[in-house]
Design a protein around this ligand. Structure first.
Ligand code: SF4
Length: 449
C-alpha cells in the first residue's frame, strides 16, 4: 500500500536543507507521497530508508519493457484511471494474432498483410507493433515452432502464447534473442514457466480461470522473486474480459494493490467475434480500458486509420499542446527552387495543410514556425505568429537552405503581407486562400500560370 506524507516524513533526516528543491522535509514528503518527486532526490536519506521507501513510493503499476532495438516497447507505469486526471504514459500496443492451428496459406497471407499498415501521423509512426503467436496444441509442437521462426523473421516484437512448458522452452530457444513475452504461466505450471522466463530473461504473462486465480498466481510468482510480469485479462466472454481489465486496473491504481500492478494483455481474437467491425470496436474499447497490449485477428489499413487516431488522442498529454517540430518540410519532391509555404506548428494545422499540399502534387517547401503549438489565428492574436517571428525564422533557418524567394502565407493572416514584405526584402509574399482545402486548386493554378 502507498505511504502517506507523514509516514515518509518519519523516515527522512529532517535537516530542512532545501537541497531537494523543497523548502522543508515535510513539503518534500508530501510531494513524494503524491508521486510528484522521487525519494532519491533527497541526497541525505539513509540507505535503509531509501530501500524501504523506494519500493513503497514506487508507482502503483510497474513499468515493463519488452522487445529489443527498434522493437522495444515500454508497457504500464500508469498512475491514473482516467486520462483527464493527468495523462496516460505508455500507449497500448497492437498485436496481430497468428496460430499454429491455421493453415500455411492463411498464416502467410496474414504475415504478408502486416506491413500494409505503416504510415506517419503527426510525427508518430503508426504500424502493427507486435505478433501474438498462439500455440494450437492440436497442430503439434513442430508446426508451432515453424510458426515461431516465421514470426521472428518479420522483425516484430513477439508474444508467445503457449502454456505447454516443453513447447514453450523450444519456442524460447528460437525467439529469446528478440525478447518476446512468454504468455504461458497459470496456476498449474507457473513454477516451470517462471524458471523458463528467468533463464531466457523475458517477461512472463500470467493467465487464469478467473481473477482470484490470476491474483494468487501473480502473488506466488512475486514470492518466487519474479516481478517482470504482464497479466492476461482475457476472459471467456466480452463482458468478463471487460470486467477483468477494469478490475485489475482499479485494484492497482485505486486500491493500490500492487499484486495487480502490472500491464495487461487483452486478446480479442479469443472472444469468438466473427464480425470484423465488432472486432475493431472491441480493440477500440480495450485501447481505452485498459489493454497495454491488445491482440486482434487482423488489422487492415481501413481499420487502422480510426484506431491509431483514437490511440493517439487517448495517449496524448492533454496538458501539453500537440506540436510538430519547427523546420523545413520538403513535400512532393520539393528542392531548393520550389515555392515556400509557411504555417504554424499546431499539429492539427500541420496535418491538414501537409495533407492538402501532398494532394496537390505540387513540390512545396513547407515552413513550420515555432508558434507555441497554437492555431494560426490564436498564435497571431497571441503575437507568436507575426511578421517579426516569421521573418526571423525564415532568415535564421530557411534562407540558407532554399533559393526560392516566394513565400505563401495563410489567408487568415493576410494582414501580415505588408509587414513581411518590409522585413523580408527580396521575397515575394503571396496570400493563400482562407481554407486549407482550397490549397490544391490554388497551387495547381499557380503552377500553370
Ligand atoms: Fe529534507 Fe532531504 Fe530535502 Fe534536505 S534534501 S530538505 S533533508 S528532504
Amino acid at each position: 500500500m502507498a505511504l502517506s506524507g507523514i509516514q515518509i516524513f518519519k523516515m527522512l533526516p529532517k535537516k530542512n536543507c532545501k537541497e531537494c528543491g523543497c523548502p522543508t522535509c515535510m513539503a518534500f514528503s508530501m510531494k513524494v507521497a503524491q508521486g510528484a518527486l522521487k525519494i532519491e532526490q533527497c541526497p541525505h536519506v539513509s540507505s535503509e530508508a531509501l530501500e524501504a521507501l523506494s519500493e513503497a513510493t514506487a508507482p502503483p503499476m510497474k513499468t515493463i519493457k519488452v522487445g529489443t532495438g527498434e522493437g522495444e516497447y515500454t508497457l504500464g507505469g500508469e498512475t491514473v484511471l482516467y486520462r483527464h486526471e493527468k495523462t496516460y504514459v505508455n500507449k497500448t500496443r497492437y498485436a496481430v494474432s497468428l496460430c499454429s492451428c491455421m493453415d500455411d496459406a492463411t498464416i502467410d497471407a496474414k504475415i504478408a498483410a502486416i506491413p500494409a499498415v505503416d504510415y506517419e501521423r503527426i510525427g508518430e509512426r503508426m504500424h502493427v507493433e507486435m505478433i501474438y503467436v498462439n500455440y494450437g496444441a492440436e497442430a503439434g509442437a513442430d508446426k508451432y515452432l515453424e510458426l515461431v521462426k516465421k514470426a521472428v523473421a518479420t522483425g516484430k516484437t513477439l508474444v508467445l502464447g503457449c502454456d505447454d512448458v516443453e513447447v514453450a522452452k523450444a519456442a524460447l530457444e528460437i525467439a529469446k534473442a528478440v525478447k518476446p513475452i512468454l504468455n504461458g504461466a497459470n496456476a498449474s505450471n507457473y513454477e516451470a514457466m517462471n524458471a523458463l522466463a528467468k533463464e531466457a530473461d523475458v517477461v512472463l504473462g500470467v493467465s487464469g480461470a478467473n481473477l482470484d486465480e490470476i491474483y494468487d498466481t501473480v502473488a506466488a510468482l512475486e514470492k518466487a522473486g519474479n516481478k517482470n510480469l504482464v497479466i492476461d485479462a482475457t476472459g471467456a466472454s466480452i463482458k468478463e474480459t471487460y470486467a477483468n481489465a477494469v478490475q485489475i486496473r482499479r485494484a492497482a491504481l485505486k486500491d493500490q494493490d500492487r499484486t495487480f500492478g502490472y500491464p495487461t494483455i487483452v486478446n480479442t481474437s479469443k472472444l469468438a467475434v466473427k464480425d470484423k467491425y465488432m472486432q475493431e470496436a472491441l480493440v477500440s474499447l480495450f485501447t481505452m480500458k485498459y489493454g497495454s497490449i491488445v491482440v486482434v485477428d487482423e488489422l487492415g489499413y481501413a481499420e487502422a486509420l480510426p484506431l491509431f487516431g483514437l490511440r493517439q488522442n487517448v495517449f496524448t498529454d492533454p496538458q501539453k499542446p500537440m506540436k510538430v517540430e519547427p523546420g523545413l518540410y520538403p513535400l512532393n519532391g520539393a528542392d531548393e527552387n520550389s515555392i515556400c509555404l509557411t504555417t504554424v506548428d499546431f499539429a492539427l494545422t500541420y496535418f491538414i495543410v501537409s495533407g492538402e499540399l501532398e494532394r496537390s502534387g505540387v513540390p512545396v517547401n513547407l515552413i513550420i514556425n515555432d508558434a507555441g503549438g497554437l492555431s494560426v489565428l490564436t498564435s497571431w492574436a497571441a503575437g507568436k505568429f507575426s511578421g517579426t517571428s516569421i521573418s526571423t525564422f525564415v532568415k535564421e533557418n530557411i534562407e540558407g537552405k532554399v533559393k526560392s524567394r516566394k513565400l505563401i502565407i495563410p489567408g487568415k493572416v493576410a494582414v501580415l503581407k505588408g509587414d513581411l514584405e518590409a522585413k523580408l526584402p527580396g521575397w515575394e509574399i503571396i496570400v493563400a486562400p482562407l481554407e486549407a482545402v482550397q490549397l490544391v486548386k490554388f497551387l495547381k493554378d499557380m503552377k500553370e500560370a
